[in-house]
Design a protein around this ligand. Structure first.
Ligand code: NOJ
Ligand code: MG
Length: 579
């Protein structure tokens, strides 16, 4: 399995359900905080969540029909990857109309219904806003490509080549090969950071900005609670079109990526300063809907916590929640690295809210950390790191039941264009986009029996599914539910300060959460396949008490009597309140 989170290549250098009462309590006790602080956000890949119309593809009514499940999970919001009309070359990230719903997924009425039903359950809906590029079938691009003097020509990045069939420079697409596509009709090249069918918009053009700001307003009026801003760091390119630097190994040989191209330093097409002006404007629009608490989440693959800090804005006037992909994408169970990254998120963001992310639709699932023997215990460790740390948290549909990465085994089965271009080294992202596993029945309860699903149902569905795990107090699903619940109802886990404990221990990651009223909770996770024993002395931290009341522990663990001897099974977790 690929250990490096694939998508980081973009910036490589660089057991109780939350019942109504508990939820009401949680919202009263933290009502002074905006809803997205300490929130749990659940990413849904709509194609793969629930099919209700029998075409083998998930739809909006499918999501609506599963809202009670999402409520039982205790999530505050769902982020939907793009559901706009699209030729679906990049499964929705190639948008041909920003103000409508793709008929594959339903209608605007279905969308409004989903938002209204979600609201009844205190679940907010977050849309994916793809600002960097449109589909090549978007009417804007159709006009733009029609002639050199079309009024929309300058809505995209058109340039002359270097002659002899050579593109304007060496820039590359994240999806492989040159980022320039030649148009024979107008004899110029257009720039696409992603797929050929995803031409980049020209964000230096005020008309483009205005059109996109109107899209933001449109969806806020439709009741969404915020946006996840796709590929937000890639909006601008160097207007002078300088080549990007080629990355080399120690001997000076160019490094080659999975597509067989030299790896570039990304300095002319990613993270250019203009991005921050756009973020400020998007934020001011969001904030102008007073009382709505519209949240902006960023797809922010950056290389350091200092760069992540910048995404919040100098005056906290940009993103409220740029994704912290540093903590969740370490990709090996290294205690020291986890401790360092969590500490950075705690100290390097000037008190801003980190959004810890474990997984998404672009990277291998959580099982990339597995050892093949203790995978479920490792799943519990990961969930605990993301959900019991200070901050907001995000996880990906199916993580909670332990769905595993299931990549295609034959090129002809690949659906993701990335996998078609990159086969066999890069198999694409199908493996993490398979249908949600609801039951052990036909089609895993995803669609209608006998209907071919757009991606195959992984064999793991017979045991890793919602129905089976809901009935098991020891399941991964029950673990997630309980973590989500505690994150809302326990003051220390909800909004308490965080202090790393036993910071020289390279086997066990431990931390303290402490609520303003003094309530203290210790969280400790064994990152090894050996049993471990840990002790804590919290006096220096001003925490009195030496006994503990167990809040959660790995099945089979023995509840400790005091903080002086907490025994953890292999990859075991213990969470206890100090008494
Ligand atoms: C990031 C999205 O998460 C990914 O799925 C998509 O292919 C690219 N952006 C391009 O929009
Ligand atoms: Mg369908």
């Amino acid at each position: 399995m690929k250990i490096i989170a694939r998508w980081c290549a973009l910036a490589a250098f660089a057991a109780a359900a939350l019942g109504a009462t508990a939820q009401a309590q949680a919202s009263t006790s933290s009502s002074s905080r905006p809803w997205w602080k300490g929130a749990v956000i659940y990413e849904i890949y709509p194609r793969s969540f629930q099919d209700t119309d029998g075409d083998g593809i998930g739809d909006l009514n499918g999501i609506t029909s599963r809202l009670d499940y999402l409520k039982s999970l205790g999530v505050d919001a769902i982020w939907l990857t793009p559901i706009y009309p699209s030729p679906q070359v990049d499964f929705g990230y190639d948008i041909s109309n920003y103000e409508a719903i793709d008929p594959q997924y339903g209608t605007m009425k279905d969308f409004d219904h989903l938002v209204a039903e979600a609201k009844k359950r205190h679940i907010r809906v977050i849309m994916d806003l793809v600002l960097n590029h449109t589909s090549d079938k978007h009417p804007w691009f159709k006009e733009s490509e029609s002639s050199r003097n079309n009024p929309k020509r300058d809505w995209y990045i058109w340039r002359d080549g270097k002659g002899h069939g050579q593109p304007p420079n060496n820039w590359q697409s994240v999806f492989g090969h040159s980022a320039w596509q030649y148009d024979a009709k107008t004899k110029q090249w257009y720039y696409h950071k992603f797929y050929i069918q995803q031409p980049d918009l020209n964000w230096r053009n005020p008309a483009v900005r205005k059109a996109m700001y109107d899209v933001e307003r449109f969806w806020i009026r439709h009741g969404v609670a915020g946006f996840r801003l796709d590929a937000i760091t890639t909006l601008f390119e160097d207007p002078k079109l300088h080549d990007e630097g080629v990355l080399r190994d120690a001997s000076g040989k160019p490094l080659i990526n999975a597509f067989g191209d030299p790896r570039l330093d990304d300095t002319r097409t990613n993270n250019l300063p203009g991005v921050h002006d756009v973020l400020r404007k998007l934020r001011s629009i969001a904030d102008s809907y007073r009382g709505r608490q519209i949240v902006l989440i960023g797809e922010t693959y950056v290389s350091s916590v200092a760069d992540l800090r910048k995404m919040y804005g100098l005056h906290n006037d940009e993103l409220q929640l740029p994704m912290d992909l540093q903590v969740g994408f370490i990709n090996k169970l290294d205690v020291d690295l986890f401790r360092r990254r969590i500490t950075e998120a705690e100290t390097g963001l000037d008190g801003d809210e980190p959004l810890l992310v474990l997984d998404n639709h672009d990277n291998p699932r959580w099982d990339r950390y597995g050892d093949g023997v203790h995978n479920l215990d490792i799943g519990r460790v990961l969930a605990t790191v993301v959900l019991a740390s200070r901050g907001s948290a995000m996880y990906y549909y199916g993580d909670e039941i332990g769905m595993v990465t299931t990549p295609p085994t034959r090129k002809e089965d690949v659906r993701d264009p990335v996998g078609i271009t990159g086969w066999p080294k890069e198999k694409g992202r199908d493996g993490e986009r398979t249908p949600m596993q609801w039951t052990a029945g036909p089609d895993a309860g995803f669609g209608s029996a006998g209907v071919k699903t757009w991606l195959p149902i992984p064999p793991s569905y017979t045991t890793a599914n919602v129905a089976v795990e809901s009935a098991q107090p020891d399941s991964l699903l029950s673990w997630y539910k309980e973590l989500d619940r505690l994150k809302h109802v326990d003051a220390a886990l909800r909004e308490g300060r965080q202090v790393m404990l036993n910071t020289t221990d390279s086997n066990v990651l431990s931390w303290l959460r402490q609520a303003p009223d003094g309530e203290a909770v210790v969280v400790t996770c064994n990152f090894t396949k050996e049993p471990q024993k840990v002790s804590f002395d919290l006096k220096a931290l001003g925490v009195a008490g030496n006994s503990v009341e167990t809040l959660m522990m790995t099945p089979g663990a023995v509840a400790p009597k005091s903080l002086e001897g907490v025994e953890l099974p292999p990859f075991g977790v213990y969470i206890g309140r100090v008494k």
